[in-house]
Design a protein around this ligand. Structure first.
Ligand code: HSE
Length: 298
């Protein structure tokens, strides 16, 4: 019937804590066909298996959205392929939520707008930074105030990305526990100034300055650095190899570098040599976000 593809995402980008996010070129893909009963088939090992379809996370999201529209989901066979590792800071739950919303949108013919999809995704995920990036693609800045999320996608960012994925998981709730409960006015003003300048630098193509601001975050990086072995080495080695800036991806433990366009593969290969226990990969920013392709042959 149709294929849904959703990119992974990296939230925060240093000082854009709980606000900024980028979509990256790893994907969760769902191939959906009409069927007599519900079935989820996983072709990759990164997706948790469940015994009953009712317990499948994607089904639960789709059912919730269908219920909000008084629609009964028609059964489908969903073949899933994922390149998004779980609990590594690459937005696996956001990708799954956006995919589940689109599944309901297609199966129930809801004709949801981008705004409605984002509102549902924020309602389910609780925060907009990952879901907005994977829905819209590119670099997206968001803010949630009084339960309402506002968002704006930046013009295309002309850099490559390098990700450093360690072989252990880190739950967001554990990475939030190490953060301070309060933040003084003076520090908050400086921290938001750093974030503003990072965004201005990205908008004007000054990637050197953007990278410097990425690495000047005051909101969360210094507290979380201790949860990530090699944090300081990854930063300094990447910088020596030409990276503009390296930050924690979301709540970690993955880290991500913004590097000059065309240099991602070479920097990733060198960094992989220095970090044999990590999965190091050159990625692109995904500018497309959620994609749906109707298969006319079925
Ligand atoms: N902004 C969130 C955090 C991202 O850093 O805790 C995690 O999903």
């Amino acid at each position: 019937m149709f294929t849904i593809s959703v990119p992974a995402s990296s939230a925060n980008i240093g000082p854009g804590f709980d606000s900024a996010g980028v979509a990256v070129s790893r994907y969760l893909t769902l191939q959906v066909r009409e069927a007599d009963e519900w079935q989820f088939i996983h072709t990759t090992s990164l997706i948790p298996t469940v015994r009953k379809f009712e317990d499948h996370f994607i089904y639960k999201v789709a059912k919730q959205v269908a219920d909000w529209h008084d629609c009964t989901l028609p059964p489908a066979e969903v073949t899933m392929e994922s390149e998004v590792p779980l609990a590594r800071g690459l937005g696996s739950s956001a990708s799954a939520i956006v995919a589940g919303i689109e599944l309901a949108n297609q199966l129930c013919d809801l004709n949801l707008s981008e705004r409605e999809k984002l509102d549902y995704a924020v309602k389910i995920e609780g925060h907009p930074d990952n879901v907005a990036a994977c829905l819209l693609g590119g670099f997206v800045v968001t803010v949630k105030m009084r339960e309402e999320a506002s968002y704006k996608k930046l013009p295309a960012i002309d850099t490559d990305l390098v990700v450093y994925i360690p072989n252990f998981e880190l739950k967001t709730e554990d990475a939030r526990k190490v953060l301070p409960q309060n933040f003084g006015m003076k520090d908050a003003a400086t921290a938001s100034g750093v974030s503003n300048l990072m965004i201005s630098a990205l908008l004007t193509g000054d990637y050197e300055l953007a990278g410097k601001m990425m690495e000047s975050d005051l909101f969360h990086e210094s507290y979380r650095a201790k949860l990530i072995p090699n944090y300081f080495d990854i930063r300094s080695n990447a910088r020596n190899l030409g990276a503009f800036g390296t930050v924690i991806s979301g709540a970690g433990p993955t880290m991500i570098s913004f590097v000059p366009n065309g240099e991602g593969e070479e920097i990733a290969a060198e960094m992989q040599r220095l970090l044999p226990d990590y999965e190091v990969e050159s990625l692109k920013l995904d500018e497309n976000g959620l994609q749906v392709k109707v298969n006319i042959n079925n």
